[in-house]
Design a protein around this ligand. Sequence first.
Ligand code: LLP
Length: 429
Amino acid sequence: MDYFEYKDRRLFAEQVALSDIAEQVGTPCFVYSRATLERHWKAFNSAFGDYPHQICYAVKANGNLAILNLLARLGSGFDVVSAGELMRVIEAGGDPAQTIFSGVCKQNWEIRNALEAGVHCFNIESEGELQRISAIAGESGARPRISVRINPDVDAKTHPYISTGLRENKFGLSPDKALEIYKQAAQDNNIQIHGVACHIGSQLTELSPFKDALNRALYFVDQLERIGIEISQLDFGGGLGVRYRDEHPPSADEYGQMLLDQLKPRTRQIPVVIEPGRAIVANAGILLTRVHYIKHGEASNFCIVDAGMNDLIRPALYQAYQDIVEVDKTGNAEPAIYAEPTIYAESTIYDVVGPVCESSDFLGKQRRLHVAEDDLLAVRTAGAYGAAMSSNYNSRPRPAEVMVDGDKFQVIKPRETLQSLYRGEQILP
Ligand code: LLP
C-alpha cells in the first residue's frame, strides 16, 4: 500500500502532482512519500504487539538523512554495515544504542568508531572478527555486546545475488562453527554474548524459507542453552519482499505472526530484532524521469529517458522488473472499446533506456506506453536500493531527492553539481 495514486489521470505523491515536482526540481529525481514510509514502519512495529521487539531499519536500502530522521522519530533502531552508515544514523538523530553493526568486513577503525559511538551490538561473521573486536575492546575498556550470525543453509528462493543464507554464501557461520565461537566468546571478558543473528536474503516473497531459517535459529538457541549460554536477543535480519510486478509477498502482520507463533510458546521470551529495509522504503519512492527521445529501431522501439543505470541499477544488475508508468495519462487512449483513436495517442511497446553508454542501461524492456518526447515517466518501487546504489558513472550527477508530506514537498538532497563530480581530484605538477 502506498500513496502514489492517479487523480484525474495525473499521478500524485500524496497531494502533490509529480509534474509539479519535475517542473520545480527537474529530472531525474527520486520522490518519496512520508506517509507511506511511516505506514510501513508502523506496520512492522505493530505486528509484534507487546512482545519485546525492536525494528532496526536497514540503512543500506536508503540512507538519506531525512528518511533516517523520520524513522528515528518513530522510535526505530538501525542496522548498519559501515562506519559511513553509522555516521548517517548519528547525523540524522538516530540512537547508536539502538543500532546494530552488521557486515562481513568491519575494519579496525570502523570497530573503534562503533565502540566509541556505543552501538547496541556487533553481529559477528567470522572467528577473526571476534578476535579483532575483542582485542580492540580490550584496549578501550568497553565491553561490547556481540551476536554471531549463523548461516542456516536455507534457500531463500530469490535472485542469487541477494540470497545470503546458503552454505556457499560468504555470510555468517555454520551452526557448528558458530557454536565453537560462542564457546570462545564465553571465556572472553572483553565482550558480552548478547544474541544470535540470522539473515537469509532479500526480496523473499514466501514465508516458508523464513520459517525454516527460524526453526534452525531456534534449534541453535536451544543448543546454546544446553551449554549454559542464554541469549537476550534473536536478530532475524531483513528480507521481506515487496510487490514490483505481480508478487504477493506476505504482509508485515503475517511475517510478524510467523515469528510470534514460534517465539511466544517458548518458556523464556527472547526479545526479537528485525532489520527490514526494502519493505519499509521501496514502495515509498519513485524515480521521476523525462522522455528526451523516441527512437524507432529495426528490432525495437526505444524510449530514451534522462534516468539511467547509474541512478537505478537494479534492472541492469539483477534483471529486476520495476513498473514504469506515465505521469500524465490525460491524453492517452482508453481501452479499445472507449478509444477515439483520432484524438488520443497510440500506445507502443518500448525498451525504456537511459543515457549511459552501455547496452545494460535500461530501466525496463518491452513496456507498453503512451509517450511522446518531453513526457514524464515514473519508475515505481524505487525507494529502496535506488539512490543508495546510484553512482556517477559517465560523470552524471546523482539525482535530486524529494520528500512529499501531504500537500507539501521538500528537497532532501539537491541534485549534484558538475563541479562536485571531480572534487578532490588532483592534476600532477
Ligand atoms: N540485514 C542484513 C544483514 C542484510 O544483509 C540486509 C540486506 C538487510 C538486513 C535488509 O534486507 P531487506 O529487508 O532490504 O531485504 N541491492 C539488492 C538488495 C541487497 C540486500 C542486501 N542485504 C536489491 O536491490 O535487490
